[in-house]
Design a protein around this ligand. Structure first.
Ligand code: COA
Length: 290
């Protein structure tokens, strides 16, 4: 899809994207860069970061990387310092680093639960906290927290990640409240099923065939999302078009999280409904029930 945004809409901005070396994080970085931002990615694996940075530069994007682990606060300070040292400022922080796997809660170890909470929730707090002064100094700081829809209701085999993402959405609201007076907007994006991601491979193993059809059948828009659907939501939230939006987590899932089993076939709705109303009208007019 050709971007509907002006290619210079983020010109002069500097963005840091955690988990920006691969998957959705990489596409977010790419789209921020294609719309004019200078970008810094962070992650744990140096080779992944090197390859991602080279690929971004090939597209003409001014990109660099800082290796680090969002679970360690000093690492987060180094990420922010790296961005500021390289480009002189920081305007946009996207918290996209995440860890996940399928697990039965009765089999998941305490350390497994903690690991996901530490990467997702503590990591989001750590980098946001480390970036606060730079975002405040930017004069128009933006934080975008990538969460999920797992915790809208509940999701099988995802007790750990659901808890982590619920806490992230809460943090999005709290930081929007607390940091608004510093000119910092804090929002979230909650992706649904996105094609070609580690998430789909890990959480719907072997997706394809019947499993794939079952996943798509739950999406009212009738297809999975693309990584760029998430990335362009981030461009919107980073751009001046989102200047009065803060504290909101935008669900980008084709309405998947609203899916409900359809009990009455669509074709029967009008006839069944009118039949019932006809009966009750008669009772209402002639009988003693009304
Ligand atoms: N099922 C159950 N428990 C698991 C697990 C799985 N598939 N994978 C890891 N764990 C548990 C480990 O057993 C360990 O607990 P223990 O010490 O009680 O045995 C704990 O989680 C930490 O695992 P470890 O591998 O030491 O942590 P890590 O920091 O190296 O890895 C993960 C973190 C587990 C999230 C890893 O999958 C990861 O980093 N993945 C990359 C990012 C990612 O998953 N992205 C997907 C987004 S949907």
């Amino acid at each position: 899809m050709a971007s509907p945004f002006r290619p210079d809409v983020l010109k002069g901005k500097v963005a840091l994207v955690t988990g920006g070396g691969s998957g959705i994080g990489f596409e977010i970085t790419r789209q921020l860069g294609l719309h004019g931002a200078k970008v810094v990615i962070s992650g744990r694996r140096k080779e992944v970061l090197e390859n991602a940075t080279a690929s971004l530069r090939n597209e003409g994007i001014d990109a660099s990387f800082v290796q680090g682990d969002v679970r360690k606060y000093e690492s987060c300070e180094a990420m922010v310092a790296g961005a500021v040292k390289q480009y002189g400022r920081l305007d946009i922080l996207v918290n996209c680093a995440a860890g996940n796997f399928l697990a039965l809660p009765e089999e998941l170890s305490s350390n497994g639960f903690r690991t996901v909470l530490e990467i997702d929730t503590l990591g989001t707090f750590n980098v946001s906290r480390a970036a606060f002064a730079a975002l405040r100094d930017s004069g128009a700081g933006r934080v975008i927290n990538i969460s999920a829809t797992l915790h809208h209701g509940a999701t099988w085999f995802q007790a750990h990640a659901s808890a982590a993402k619920a806490a992230i959405d809460s943090l999005t609201r709290s930081l929007a409240l607390e940091w608004g007076s510093f000119g910092i907007r804090v929002n979230g994006v909650a992706p649904g099923p996105i094609r070609g991601t580690a998430g789909m491979e890990k959480l719907a193993p072997g997706a394809g065939g019947a499993l794939n059809d079952a996943a798509v059948a739950r999406i009212p828009l009738g297809h999975m999302g693309e990584k760029e659907d998430i990335a362009l939501a981030c461009v919107y939230l980073s751009s001046p078009a989102g200047r009065f939006v803060s504290g909101h987590t935008m669900v980008v899932d084709g309405a998947e999280s609203l899916h409900k089993e359809q009990i009455v076939p669509r074709a029967m709705v009008s006839s069944v409904s009118r039949g019932v109303e006809g009966k009750s009208r008669k009772v209402g007019i002639g009988g003693s029930k009304l």
